[in-house]
Design a protein around this ligand. Structure first.
Ligand SMILES: O=C[C@H](O)[C@H](O)[C@H](O)COP(=O)(O)O
Length: 241
């Protein structure tokens, strides 16, 4: 079964929620905008809807946050640009693996966290789309993806484990998973994460760590879907980008 056919099966309420949230996010796109195109199965639906509007004459340009998104966008006829041409984007639309009440995110389930963070931080506004199951009281129910340099990854993993995490080197078909940037991903199961900013700041200082999947104060709005029903979460007042 192709990846696209798999996504389009829409078996569960959460599958249908991803579609509803992804399609709804396209309402925030205006003619002439430059877009950050996030990664994952929820973003797939946003791209599909966006492609319909592009066919009807909407003028936008996007920067994809993964090779997979780039290939989808090309197949769907969405015009692309690069950071060589433009360094600030109007709006990024991206998925997430966990979302807490402060709109802090845990991301990287698909291994695209580095490019996603570059794209999101380059965007004036970030809208996160997800099914309702991604909403959590506290981040860290699932392992935190951390992208690391392959050289000496064992040393980096040991240092992270000293911070209290159980580490698994992500694999794909019995080989280490390689990110779009040629790096490894360590899936780090911490006890629940009480202070995402502090944990990110600690991890990012370790030599060998390229980026963490903690996205703190980056999301401006979250659209959560379950079946056809949508719920919106706004960044708490006083939050900064
Ligand atoms: O690396 C992957 C990304 O962070 C995705 O945005 C995240 O895993 C959510 O993916 P999905 O929409 O497939 O649940």
């Amino acid at each position: 079964m192709s990846e696209q056919t798999y996504y389009e099966k829409l078996i569960t309420a959460n599958d249908r929620g991803k579609k509803a949230a992804g399609e709804n996010a396209v309402n925030y796109i205006e003619d002439g905008m430059t877009l950050g195109l996030g990664s994952g199965s929820t973003v797939y639906w946003a791209l599909k809807k966006l492609s319909e509007q592009v066919k009807q004459g909407l003028n936008v340009k996007g920067i994809p946050s993964s090779k997979r998104t780039e290939s989808w966008a090309k197949n769907l006829g969405i015009p692309l640009t690069t950071f060589h041409e433009i360094q600030e984007l109007d709006l990024a639309i991206d998925g997430a693996d966990e979302i807490d009440a402060n709109l802090h995110l845990l991301k990287g389930g698909g291994g695209s966290l580095v490019r996603e963070k570059i794209v999101n931080t380059a965007s004036k506004r970030v809208i996160i789309i997800a099914d309702q199951s991604k909403r959590v009281a506290q981040l860290g129910n699932r392992p935190l993806p951390v992208e690391v340099l392959p050289f000496g990854w064992e040393v980096t993993a040991k240092r992270i484990s000293h911070l209290g995490a159980h580490i698994t080197l992500r694999d794909k078909e019995n080989q280490p998973f390689i990110s779009d940037n040629g790096n490894y991903i360590l899936d780090c199961q911490f006890p629940l994460i009480t202070d995402p900013a502090e944990l990110h700041n600690t991890l990012i200082q370790l030599v060998g760590v390229v980026e963490t999947g903690l996205f703190v104060e980056l999301a401006d709005r979250v659209i959560l879907g379950q079946d056809d029903e949508l719920h919106y979460l706004e960044k708490p007042k006083g939050g900064q980008r």
